[in-house]
Design a protein around this ligand. Sequence first.
Ligand code: NAD
Length: 460
Amino acid sequence: MDDLYTVSPRISALLAGSAARRVGFDLAARKAALARLSATILAHRDAIAAAVAEDLAKPATEADLVEVLPVLSEIAHARRHLRAWMRPRRVMPTLMTLGTSAALYPQPKGVALVIAPWNFPFLLALSPVVSAIAAGNAVAVKPSELTPATSALIARILPQALPGLAEVFEGGPEISQALLAQPFDHIFFTGSPGVGKIVMAAAAKHLTPVTLELGGKSPVVLGEDADITRAAKWIAWGKVVNAGQICVAPDHVYAPQAMLPALGAAIRAEWQAMAKAGTTAIVNDRHYARLTALLADASAKGAQVEALGPDRPEARQMSARLLTGTTAEMAISSEEIFGPLLPLIPYRDLAEPIAAINAGPKPLTLYAFGGTDLVARLRAETSSGSLGVNLTIMPFIHANLPFGGIGNSGMGAAHGQMGFDSFSHLKPVMQNRFTLLPLMFPPYTGRVKRLKDLVLRLVR
Ligand code: NAD
């Protein structure tokens, strides 16, 4: 673990370097840095798979698919589009500003802090780094202490790939807090809403802007016309990958009452087929106990629980559970599940799930399975970070879509150009060409008053 006293000098070094780089960290240098990062990741693919396997028992193919591939594709996307993103964005004049020209010049904010969670320990630490570097910043990274093997690997390879541009600080909340006490130019935090509040309060001391990628419950709603087999496949996948420990995992499912038995059977079949190859472990004993307690609480209060396979608690392997008969009094109905448990909730009228969703904190993602009427109603009548239709998880990986929450699920956006913009100041630069505004400067003669009345008529 890092010595607290090493935090300040290492950040100062980043700050000093960054001031110099603001001048010279141009398109070519940023692309070269991103290319080095990509090459380093490729050279360490096996080590990354081994580290996430040690931390989370993640199958190697899944490590490649969900940890390495999205970072490499984020880098490739940034390198391809960086020239366009860095260009000044011309802005048309308005009536009042005729005779001027203006454009937004993206400028690096400076030195950014990235604080990452454990559930995708490589992806969620590295992906914001790509945006930060693309936008011309230096970056300090605090990976999760709950995945120590991956954190150690990141600490070893990132400063090598990005010398002088990236520093890694391993450790838990105390290191986070030591970092949060520093005057960073931007903070990008991924984690729980509770810690998000701590981060935002700390950022307020320096008026540091924040991007908060938080969690919460992401519900699924099936319409009367949903394709049950398709819905079951996507829902089961969302609970198999990473054992449901995903910020955008389908948390619970609302379905028309008559559909519930067929849906349960289809999810059971899909999950059992997908889980054959092994699933990711629950991250630690505390989280295993948290999930077991959610189940015990639901059972004690009358829910029916069906296990879809055997557990291996010694390896923290938990099989998926379907729950029916859950009620609002159960902890599982209000806490983010973040694991392979899936309440199935029947409804008679679509107004019921819409009211239930609107009564809770705003979800990060909402999933709809069904036709255009269902989608139109959910889109218009609920508020969530994003809406996924006839799929799950995928909105997270679309580089041309901003990813982020609203309200309790977060603020700001990640990925692609939106990620680049989060780490940039879009500086408005306005130039005088032939503006006539000086005609209205004081003293306010009769001519100025007539001109002002004319403009007032025109703007109405
Ligand atoms: P967490 O909030 O407990 O921890 C995240 C990071 O904050 C870690 O690096 C941790 O060391 C640090 N931290 C913890 N307590 C702190 C404190 N008191 N002060 C300062 N820093 C502190 O989250 P987690 O358990 O690692 O991750 C799970 C949560 O993250 C879930 O809520 C999940 O939905 C959310 N999440 C969101 C996204 C997204 O993109 N929106 C992605 C993954 C996870």
